[in-house]
Write a new protein. Structure first.
Length: 200
């Protein structure tokens, strides 16, 4: 499946916030410097369309989705009953690659995506190699026994990452306790603006 393979720091610098959740000093120092060789350009007043576009781009970059995938998600929630914004965030957060990252089994979403694509992740004891797979309540997610001995995984377990409220974890086994809520995640983008962008 297609994915963005360019420089990740560029994405964060374009939005001016750490959407890729990296902690490197080089990125944090340059977040307020836009990408490109011509330096900072004069700031123009952004239109409503421009604001909506930027919010959409933030969400896409954060979860590692391309336009076609992201639009499909928005179309899906638009046809469902309930709070469209909450439903969209829930679909993004329940992606298998994101759950692996949120459980602290990978240092980034791209690393989590690679684990899933290579068949190292089990859902309810069955191998799952689709990063976009939607995890349901009470689904159990873990890393296969071969990868559990990987030095990077062992190191991650020692770090004891703080869990998001809708997840539960014991060792290398994690579970989705309930559906994600916006207050659990506090995303750095405005879901309402994204819905409005696609409803034009």
């Amino acid at each position: 499946m297609a994915r963005y393979t360019g420089p990740k720091h560029r994405l964060a610098r374009r939005e001016g916030i750490n959407i890729i959740e990296k902690t490197s000093n080089s990125l944090l120092r340059r977040l307020n410097v836009p990408p490109g060789v011509h330096g900072r350009k004069g700031k123009r007043r952004q239109s409503e369309f421009g604001t909506q576009l930027r919010e959409k781009q933030k969400a896409k970059a954060m979860y590692g989705l391309l336009e076609k995938q992201f639009k499909k998600l928005v179309d899906t929630v638009s046809k469902q009953k309930g709070d469209t914004e909450e439903l969209l965030l829930s679909l993004l957060e329940r992606r298998l690659d994101n759950i692996v990252y949120r459980l602290g089994l990978a240092t980034s979403r791209s690393m989590a995506r690679q684990f899933v694509s290579h068949g190292h992740v089990l859902v309810n004891s069955k191998k799952m190699s689709i990063p976009s797979y939607q995890i349901q309540e009470e689904d159990v997610v873990t890393i296969d026994t071969k990868m559990q001995k990987n030095p990077d995984i062992v190191k991650l377990l020692e770090e004891k990452k703080e869990l998001i409220p809708f997840l539960e974890k014991k060792g290398l086994v994690g579970k989705l306790k309930r559906m994600p809520k916006p207050e659990d995640v506090r995303p750095p983008f405005n879901t309402r603006q994204i819905i409005e962008y696609y409803s034009r």
